[in-house]
Write a protein that binds this ligand. Structure first.
Ligand SMILES: Cc1cc2nc3c(=O)[nH]c(=O)nc-3n(C[C@H](O)[C@H](O)[C@H](O)COP(=O)(O)OP(=O)(O)OC[C@H]3O[C@@H](n4cnc5c(N)ncnc54)[C@H](O)[C@@H]3O)c2cc1C
Length: 125
């Protein structure tokens, strides 16, 4: 998500993903949103006036969330294959996939079938 220069105006504020959605690969978005909720509640509890509380909230939270958003973007780039890795992957997969995709283990997992008409016996199997 693009950088959001302002999170609040008067008595309105955006928090969580609406303010600073990190890449899903970070595994941090929900945690940051929950932290926001607690931090915002504390600011509203402890500071006089809503605008002051919202300003303080943004100042408190921005450095942490922006560091994590940046870190997540970096991880994302590392997870995406580069041109050489893409070429090698695309050249190899047609040979590798038919072998691994049809293995005994794969078939046991993905081709599992329960026959509706067969009655269940009282004992195993
Ligand atoms: C594929 C994927 C994997 C993820 N994995 C992780 C993970 O492992 N760990 C982690 O911490 N985070 C993960 N996240 C991120 C996490 O889901 C989000 O960061 C988190 O849900 C953000 O919470 P939020 O409350 O800010 O926003 P949301 O969860 O998006 O909640 C916003 C809510 O507002 C509602 N809404 C929108 N517009 C209006 C409107 N006009 N009126 C009323 N309601 C409205 C929406 O329907 C929604 O229910 C993942 C995200 C994705 C997409």
């Amino acid at each position: 998500m693009p950088h959001l220069p302002t999170w609040h105006a008067d008595r309105m504020i955006v928090i969580g993903d609406a303010a600073h959605a990190p890449s899903p690969t970070s595994g941090q978005g929900a945690s940051l949103s929950l932290e926001d909720a607690v931090a915002l509640a504390k600011c509203l509890r402890d500071l006089r006036g809503i605008p002051a509380a919202l300003t303080r909230f943004e100042a408190l939270r921005r450095p942490r969330v922006e560091r994590i958003v940046k870190q997540a973007a970096k991880i994302n780039n590392a997870k995406a294959a580069g041109p050489i890795a893409r070429f090698t992957r695309d050249a190899m997969l047609p040979y590798i996939l038919p072998k691994v995709a049809n293995s005994e283990e794969t078939r046991r997992t993905y081709m599992y079938h329960i026959d509706w008409d067969t009655p269940v016996g009282a004992t195993a199997p």
